[in-house]
Ligand binder design. Structure first.
Ligand SMILES: C[S@@+](CC[C@H](N)C(=O)[O-])C[C@H]1O[C@@H](n2cnc3c(N)ncnc32)[C@H](O)[C@@H]1O
Length: 175
């Protein structure tokens, strides 16, 4: 989706009669550049989800993005992540010329995909101040009906908590 399409869908959402600004706060935001706490009060969010979002972001920008989310979560708040895991079939199928960096690829349509190891995701999140509650690979089979094949997929799924008391000296928080 382009930024213009996103702004249009957001406008449609805000105009919908069911949209209630007293309970919802919908906005478009580039989480790699904009500070989310300018749109949502710092330390006010119970749960943030990133479902196949982090893998679309350049690895150099991931630390900023996670700190950005950390800032708006309340102490004890949770970040839930599901994303592509290392050696997922889609990663193994990339041909020459698609690799941009270690575990980072560009698809045919120009979108990017990063494939996470457990260690990498845990380091990223703990460096941003989170505690790892759980982090594991999830294996699934998806059926490609067009090619009549079963594709083994590898995802990564994790639950990361903002500590009740932030230890400013630690970057290796583990539960
Ligand atoms: C593959 S889609 C996943 C969408 C949805 N969560 C799902 O599972 O279908 C990747 C999402 O990451 C979001 N995203 C990528 N880069 C972003 C950025 N810099 N700021 C905000 N969102 C971003 C895109 O808007 C897009 O919705």
């Amino acid at each position: 989706m382009t930024i213009v399409q996103k702004v249009r869908s957001m406008a449609a959402c805000l105009e919908n009669s069911l949209y209630d600004p007293t309970t919802c706060n919908a906005f478009v935001c580039d989480i790699t550049r904009e500070t989310i706490s300018e749109k949502i009060a710092a330390e006010s969010v119970d749960v943030a989800t990133m479902i196949f979002v982090l893998s679309a972001i350049h690895p150099n920008k991931m630390p900023f993005v996670l700190k950005n989310i950390f800032e708006v979560l309340r102490p004890g708040g949770m970040l839930l992540i599901r994303d592509y895991g290392l050696y997922d079939q889609a990663m193994l199928r990339f041909g020459p010329g698609h690799k941009l960096d270690e575990n980072f690829y560009v698809r045919q349509d120009g979108t990017r995909a990063f494939y996470f190891s457990e260690e990498y995701l845990e380091k990223l999140t703990t460096d941003a101040g989170f505690l790892v509650v759980s982090s594991k690979y999830v294996s699934r089979e998806t059926v490609n009906h067009k090619e009549n094949i079963c594709v083994p997929r590898v995802y990564i799924q994790g639950k990361f908590c903002k500590p009740e008391v932030v230890d400013l000296n630690s970057n290796t928080n583990q539960l």
